[in-house]
Design a protein around this ligand. Structure first.
Ligand code: SF4
Length: 250
């Protein structure tokens, strides 16, 4: 089995990471931009982000090892999963079912701690499985460079219509939901979703990202396939990423 060492990134988004930013999932910006929220609702949303940020920053402060800082992102995933589970009690059942992978054909964004979290799963892969994944990731990146954002392209982690890193998938994948499977199947530009659910999940995601940044740990969004390839290529990436915290960056 190939040994993947704790991998990571250059502090403060080193040169390799800078070019990967600003992809996908601007849904909450879109809602704010289109004034679908009242001023009060916008203020409440932004305050929610700050509440999460303060709460998580306190938890990250004493963390002394990169592996613990990476593992901490699992709490975000757990909380987003809980939101979706609880939504069944207040919404009509979501249209999402196991084996339905329409939403795995759009470009996905991932934060740096999430990239390292995914690498912990990849360490369990055999050499052959890892080589195969790296080929799919490279193919994805190469093809996507020639495609517009609107062209649907299967995620490199999608195998037999199932997510091969399901327990380690990014928060944006966990947040994704639909109230209409036909809208997903037709690749509709606007998928019917629950606005409150999106905003609650986004408050968690943005609050966590801000708390990591406060701790000196870059947590900007990057395109998933490119970011994982970059981290796989640098065995010291995770430690370099964590060095920002050890240096006392704020
Ligand atoms: S990481 Fe998994 S859930 Fe997310 S888009 Fe890829 S295959 Fe789908």
């Amino acid at each position: 089995m190939r040994r993947l060492r704790e991998g990571g990134v250059k502090s403060r988004g080193g040169a390799g990471w800078n070019g990967l930013e600003g992809v996908i999932d601007r849904s909450w910006h879109q809602y704010l931009g289109q004034s679908m929220l009242t001023e009060e609702e916008q203020d409440a949303f932004l305050e929610s982000i700050q509440t999460v940020r303060r709460h998580i920053a306190i938890q990250l402060m004493p963390v002394q090892q990169s592996a613990m800082a990476v593992a901490h992102i699992g709490k975000l995933h757990k909380n987003v999963d809980q939101l979706l589970q609880d939504s069944d009690k207040i919404l009509a059942p979501l249209a999402c079912q196991a084996g339905c992978a329409h939403c795995c054909h759009v470009r996905v964004s991932v934060s740096q701690p999430e990239v390292f979290h995914i690498l912990t799963a990849l360490r369990q892969h055999s050499d052959m499985a890892l080589d195969s994944l790296i080929q799919r990731l490279r193919q994805y990146v190469e093809t996507s460079q020639h495609n517009s954002l609107h062209i649907r392209q299967a995620c490199a982690f999608l195998v037999d219509n199932l997510c091969s890193i399901y327990s380690h998938r990014p928060a944006v994948c966990r947040k994704a939901h639909s109230l209409s499977v036909s809208a997903c199947a037709s690749g509709a530009e606007h998928i019917p979703q629950d606005l409150q659910l999106i905003l609650r999940a986004e408050a968690l995601i943005q609050g966590h990202a801000a708390a990591y940044e406060d701790a000196g740990l870059p947590a900007a969004s990057h395109e998933l396939a490119s970011a994982v390839l970059l981290a796989l290529a640098d065995a010291q990436a995770q430690e370099t990423w964590f060095a920002g915290k050890r240096a006392g960056a704020v």
